[in-house]
Structure formats: structure tokens, C-alpha cells
Design a binder for this molecule. Structure first.
Ligand code: ATP
Ligand code: MG
Length: 288
């Protein structure tokens, strides 16, 4: 016990790079981690444990790690009782039904009586129960997409992001069962050890600031003095915009932090209101 907070990350897989990138944006200087199980952070009281993603909820629940980063799909499938502290906005994917192209699946009820292969039996069974569907569920540990062509199942329920694997196996996407993204989990909402809890809160604060910063942009433009009011009404600012005077007397500079996805919706309105020299800049961190 060195008093550091212990974070479990996926050792090698789809979540590894993005998880490390998030920690680095939080200002954490992580030691070179290649092939090591535990790695320390040089400038923050955190140890990182690299594990198989399937094991993360259990290790967190058992206290081997205090917190973990893992897909919601794994959290809900394992049902170990861990709590989701924060959604992280990466590793997005969906658990969906897919069936051989030559067949038809128009409505959910058509699944009645069918055999479904999946690596997510718990999430699937819960979904079937909720929708009042009786079907046979076969649990496989991988390569679910080949089950229909082997004659083992009529359809599958699997993670889909781009759909390429499905296409290669002549399967068609159908109803969505579950949507997932990477989340930060812990055994309890608040860690028992107050010191560790303090470290966790510091880390959570940094993660939230990175998340807001990434979904925000810094907008700068010049506007004629008499259209200032119209311009301020258009800007969906997180807080009051900054207005600065310019050398040119009838013009002002307006700066504001806006949600990134709003920019293209407002840019034409800004231009019609007389804004010029519109600049949109990325933000590294945003502490509110
Ligand atoms: P491990 O060896 O750690 O058990 P794995 O093969 O089970 O790895 P990955 O394929 O690396 O897991 O996926 C990890 C997580 O990434 C998934 O549980 C899911 O939350 C998320 N994910 C995002 N996109 C996809 C995708 N296209 N296919 C599968 N998982 C995805
Ligand atoms: Mg796994």
C-alpha cells in the first residue's frame, strides 16, 4: 500500500489508447507502460493496473483496484454491483441483433422461437424479458458472427460499431439492444478511505474539465458596434461573452466559449448580422 489511488485499464484493446489519452489530457505523466502490469504516474498519486477488460468490474468490486475504465456493456453484463461515476464519451458502440441477409426480421416479435448467439447473455435475456419475447440464447465466448452460417443460431446479438464484420459474414443489422460507451467505475459512489476519495475527486474534476473543453470551442470574431445585441443573442455561450474594443471605432471583438456542435448552426446567422474574421479555436482545458 503506497497510498496511491489504483485505476484499472484495459491492457490491450479498443479502450487502451483513448483511456491513456484522456489521462494525459488530465495532465498525468504516465511512465512507459509497455508490457507491465502496474505503472505509476510521475506527477499524480495514481497507479495504473493493466488488465483484460472483462476482469475490470470484478477487480474493482473486490478492491484490487479502486476505480476502472471499461465499456458499459461489460459493466452491465458482469453485474458485479460497481457504480458508474462518469461517462467518458469514447468507445461508443451498440449491442445489436443481426441476421442472415436472406432472412427477414421486421418486428421484434419475429424473434420469438428463434435461437440467438451472443457473448452478452445477461443483457440480452433482460432485453428479451422486457419485450416479452421467448427465444433460446446460446452463449459463445467470441466470433459470434459465424454462428448463423454454422447453423448454430438463427441470429446473433453482438457489438457493432462500423458494421464491417457483419457485412463480411453476410449479416444485416437489426434492432438495437444496448448502447455503450466507456465509463469510470468504482465499487461505491464514495471511496471509504478519505485520502483516496480526495485523489478520486481531483481526478474526476480533471476528467470533467477535459470533457467540457473537448465539447467546447473558443469563438472569436469582429462585429459592427450596432449589431452587438443581435450577435449576443445568436451566440449559445456557456457564460457571458467577452466584448473588447478595437482600433477601428465602429467595430468590437467578441469572444465566447460555445458548444462545438452548435458552430455550424449559427455561423450563417453571425455572418448575416455582420460578423467578420470568425475564428474557432480548440480548448485544452476548461475549469468552471
Ligand atoms: P480484452 O482482451 O481486454 O478482453 P476484448 O477483445 O474483450 O479485449 P475489445 O474488442 O478491445 O475487447 O473492446 C473493448 C471495449 O471497446 C468493448 O467492450 C466495447 O465497450 C468497446 N468497443 C467500441 N467499439 C467496439 C467494436 N467495434 N467492437 C467491440 N467493442 C467495441
Ligand atoms: Mg474482453
Amino acid at each position: 500500500m503506497n497510498g496511491n489511488l489504483k485505476l484499472a485499464l484495459q491492457k490491450k484493446g479498443r479502450l487502451t489508447e483513448k483511456s491513456l489519452e484522456l489521462l494525459s489530457l488530465c495532465g498525468l505523466d504516465i511512465e512507459n507502460y509497455s508490457e507491465r502490469l502496474v505503472v505509476s504516474v510521475r506527477n499524480f498519486p495514481l497507479d495504473i493496473l493493466f488488465l483484460r477488460d472483462d476482469d475490470i468490474p470484478e477487480y474493482v468490486q473486490d478492491g484490487v483496484a479502486d476505480i476502472g475504465i471499461v465499456g458499459e456493456n461489460v459493466v452491465y453484463e458482469k453485474q458485479t454491483g460497481t457504480k458508474v461515476l462518469e461517462k467518458l464519451g469514447f468507445g461508443r458502440c451498440s449491442l445489436m441483433f443481426a441476421y442472415p441477409e436472406k432472412n427477414e426480421l421486421k418486428k421484434i416479435e419475429d424473434i420469438n422461437g428463434k435461437t440467438i448467439a451472443t457473448t452478452y447473455p445477461r443483457i440480452l435475456n433482460e432485453y428479451l424479458k422486457k419485450n416479452n419475447i421467448k427465444a433460446k440464447v446460446i452463449e459463445l465466448s467470441g466470433s459470434v458472427e459465424i454462428a448463423p452460417s454454422l447453423g448454430v443460431a438463427d441470429l446473433i446479438c453482438d457489438i457493432v460499431s462500423t458494421g464491417n464484420t457483419l457485412m463480411m459474414n453476410k449479416l444485416k443489422k437489426s434492432f438495437k439492444v444496448f448502447e455503450s460507451e466507456a465509463v469510470l467505475i468504482s465499487a461505491e459512489e464514495k471511496l471509504k478511505d478519505p485520502k483516496l476519495n480526495e485523489i478520486l475527486n481531483d481526478l474526476l474534476g480533471r476528467i470533467r474539465s477535459v470533457k467540457t473543453a473537448h465539447s467546447s470551442k473558443y469563438l472569436m470574431m469582429n462585429v459592427p458596434k450596432d449589431s452587438l445585441e443581435t450577435i449576443l443573442e445568436i451566440i449559445p455561450s456557456l457564460k457571458s461573452p467577452t466584448v473588447l474594443s478595437l482600433a477601428e471605432e465602429n467595430m468590437l471583438a467578441v469572444h465566447a466559449v460555445i458548444p462545438s456542435d452548435k458552430f455550424w448552426q449559427i455561423v450563417n446567422d453571425l455572418k448575416s448580422a455582420g460578423a467578420s474574421g470568425i475564428l474557432l479555436l480548440p480548448i485544452d482545458n476548461l475549469i468552471q
